[in-house]
Design a binder for this molecule. Structure first.
Ligand SMILES: Cc1cc2nc3c(=O)[nH]c(=O)nc-3n(C[C@H](O)[C@H](O)[C@H](O)COP(=O)(O)OP(=O)(O)OC[C@H]3O[C@@H](n4cnc5c(N)ncnc54)[C@H](O)[C@@H]3O)c2cc1C
Length: 430
């Protein structure tokens, strides 16, 4: 971040942040870190104090952590930083002018503001099959969802996961490790197809099958079957029925844009923001899963905009949004990164692989420790690192500093990536 606080900074009512999870909490903290002394109200509809979502599909479901241990901050933190934390209030309408505005909750409680931030996140995409309403058919986004899923899994023999994306596979892997019979039904020809290469998809297919998970690709779910209002199976297009006591549907999320729509903000797969997290009205900011931002690593052939669903993006964008609200110049330029823990398989992704024209495999997938490096026009742009934390750190650092690892050397596992990056950077004078 650069620059100094703008002189024309509005004071008085302060900032209203709608959505009190990863991005919202960071935005409030960053406002205080940047010296904002105006009131801050952080409002959300969930009953819990703000908490981390990633463990919900991992350690929480395995019973390794409790819901209470997932909260970001103690109530003392909000008190000490003079951040008014409001839970159980769903904002249903909002209006504003350049001077400020008012948001109204379902309870009719009113929140007046001078500055407004939308950190409303996303909700699971629903699928409208017959039987979706049966008990045991679930989605996973909130701590409440996770508690219900954990309860269902406790006595379950058969789990069916609809959707072979990160969250579905994390739940599948955890349940399988606990002895449950697990079937993953993926409509596409490969797992996690939106996020990783064919090589990484194929690795996960084999690795999960080795662990005893049945994976059906190109699966066509027709409906959910049940008895006495409880799910008993999933019917596929070819007529087969997969038995199920619990079904988890994990087929992506939809950004929450209803308030942005009321404000007349430009929407396109989320709330369209510029590199400073500013919405189309030039006044409101948005950050996290709800926001569609300019691609921070745009290169020829790459997509111009994207919506990232990750902790790192929510945190980084929220910092930018806080600065923007205070008139401090800030631009999103960090290298995106992401992780997914599926049983003992730790995936770390650095960079964005879209538009790659070359792939280098570093290590043997059968060893379950390897990396897939993505190149475009000879330049390293991203990596999927499976149980290879040092590769991840090296690639993230290289991308951050605009460095490269020549593709013809990158596959040689006898050369540590970090050393390769340093050697090539020294030669290039970077
Ligand atoms: C099970 C699970 C596992 C995950 N694992 C990983 C992982 O391993 N790595 C990773 O990087 N990311 C992971 N993610 C994604 C990560 O958690 C999200 O990217 C992150 O939470 C986004 O934060 P956010 O603040 O933008 O949105 P959210 O966390 O969705 O928070 C938005 C909040 O706003 C509230 N809200 C929305 N509209 C209103 C309204 N009108 N009134 C009041 N409140 C409102 C919502 O109820 C919600 O509490 C995971 C997510 C899930 C669900």
């Amino acid at each position: 971040m650069t620059g100094t606080a703008a002189s024309a900074r509005p004071t008085g009512l302060g900032t209203l942040i709608i959505g009190n999870c990863q991005a919202g909490v960071q935005l409030a903290s960053s406002l205080r870190e940047l010296g904002d002394t105006d009131p801050i109200v952080l409002v959300g509809e969930e009953p819990h104090a703000p908490y981390q979502r990633p463990p919900l599909s991992k350690a929480f479901l395995k019973g390794e952590v409790t819901a209470d241990s997932l909260t970001f901050r103690s109530h003392d933190f909000y008190r000490q930083h003079d951040i008014e934390l409001v839970t159980r209030e769903r904002i249903v309408s909002v209006s504003r002018t350049a001077a400020g505005g008012v948001a109204v909750a379902e309870s009719r409680r009113r929140f007046a503001f001078a500055r407004l931030a939308l950190t409303t996140g996303a909700v699971p995409r629903q699928i409208p099959f017959d039987g979706s309403e049966l008990e045991g058919v679930s989605y996973l986004r909130t701590a409440t969802d996770a508690a219900q899923l954990a309860q269902g899994l406790a006595g379950a023999r058969n789990l069916v996961v609809v959707g072979g994306g990160f969250i579905g596979l994390e739940v599948a892997a955890g349940a399988r490790a606990g002895g449950t019979t697990v079937t993953v039904l993926e409509a596409a020809p490969r797992l996690v197809g939106r996020a990783v290469s064919e090589q990484t998809s194929e690795f996960y297919l084999q690795a999960h099958r080795r662990r005893g998970i049945r994976v059906v690709l190109n699966a066509q779910v027709v409906r959910f079957l049940g008895e006495h209002d409880r799910v008993t199976g999933v019917e596929l297009g070819d007529g087969t029925v997969v038995p199920a006591d619990v079904v988890l549907i994990g087929v992506g999320v939809i950004p929450r844009t209803e308030l942005a729509e009321q404000l007349g903000l430009t929407l396109d797969n989320g709330i369209v923001v510029d590199g400073s997290a500013r919405c189309s009205d030039g006044l409101t900011v948005a950050a996290g899963d709800c926001a569609n931002l300019p691609n921070p690593s745009i290169t020829p052939g790459g997509v111009a905009r994207l919506r990232l669903e990750s902790v790192q993006n929510a945190v980084e964008q929220a910092k930018i949004a806080a600065a923007t609200l205070l008139g401090v110049a800030a631009e999103y330029s960090t290298v995106p990164w992401f992780w997914s823990d599926q049983a003992d398989l730790k995936l770390q992704i650095a960079g964005l692989s879209g538009g790659h024209d070359e792939i280098v495999l570093r290590g043997d997938p059968d060893s379950e420790k390897f990396s897939v490096l993505y190149y475009r026009a000879g330049q390293l742009i991203a990596a999927d690192c499976i149980n290879k934390p040092l590769d991840f750190i090296a690639v993230r650092g290289a991308l951050h500093h605009g460095q490269n690892v020549p593709a013809d050397l990158a596959g040689d596992v006898s050369l540590p990536l970090k050393k390769l990056v340093s050697a090539v950077a020294a030669l290039a004078g970077k």
